[in-house]
Design a protein around this ligand. Sequence first.
Ligand SMILES: Nc1ncnc2c1ncn2[C@@H]1O[C@H](COP(=O)(O)OP(=O)(O)OP(=O)(O)O)[C@@H](O)[C@H]1O
Ligand SMILES: [Mg+2]
Length: 324
Amino acid sequence: MEESILEIRNLKKHYPIRKGLFNKLVATKYVVDGVSFKINKGETLALVGESGCGKSVLLRLLVGLENLTEGEIIFAGKKLSEMTALERKLLQQKQQLIFQDSLGALHPRFIVQESLEEPLIINGMKDKNKRLQIIHETMNKVGLDPKYCTRYPHELSGGQRQRVNIARALVERPELILADEPISALDVSLQAQVLNLLMDLQEEYNLSMLFVAHDLAVVRQIANHIVIMYCGKILESASSAEIYENAKHPYTNVLLKSAPSIKKGISDEGFNLDLKVGDTPDPANPPTGCLFHTRCMEADEYCMREIPHNKEIAPGHFVCCHKI
Ligand SMILES: Nc1ncnc2c1ncn2[C@@H]1O[C@H](COP(=O)(O)OP(=O)(O)OP(=O)(O)O)[C@@H](O)[C@H]1O
Ligand SMILES: [Mg+2]
């Protein structure tokens, strides 16, 4: 069996909504609601879903920036809940997050060198020359001239800034990269460059990656496995090839259709997304039955009432839909 680097089981994050003088609990926001998946060593899993479905919150749970409501995180076979303080500290070095907002992720008053040096200092690397050697080496790897070491974040272009963020994630030589929409703020030509860079680095360092995106076109090249998330839950998951050739969930098909570079010619016909007009559901007031029924063209009364469960329709291909 393949060795997993990260496994999550039934992960939940619920935020209480409190109001009034007595801070009374008035509702609960089900932002991440029972998510499970596994990433094998050296592989990339793409987590895809619309804005607000809980992708960034899930990553924050994984790096410990938020506490879990329920569930289990297992890193390289060891449960996070059973790790000692030292093991948790080491884990922080082994998995690194590339933040969604490349400007906000860097300290505005730190020059590039200071931003890259900080994690090394925190983790006890006392030898300044060694730190600088690692920084220059990593900058070269991500295609940034070390002369940018003295620049502030606002003096860099968006593409350069994202390279600094990638370099910052790499200086500690992690095993797993958690990349939160790392290219969505870049223009199209830069997107391809940064995507290629991530793929090269992945091969060179045998990295595993959790790649978050809101668009299926972007992850085609990079992902081995794809997980489709909607309002805190997983609706479909399968190998990349299976998703692109044999997607079953109506929502996955909507995502495939709305990614124009996958199905060419769609713009000539205009978009016909097979989707009822409506917004994504509010996680504080999720729909009954199937979460997608409010926008699904195939939904009937049964879908409104009954919660669907995951079905394995082919080895490793899971779908959560009454109609399948
Ligand atoms: N600290 C918090 N307290 C309460 N609700 C929160 C908190 N953080 C996030 N949320 C809510 O969780 C939901 C999911 O947010 P999240 O940032 O994970 O979305 P996302 O999938 O990353 O979206 P995008 O693609 O726009 O980045 C949103 O409804 C958001 O308002
Ligand atoms: Mg996000």
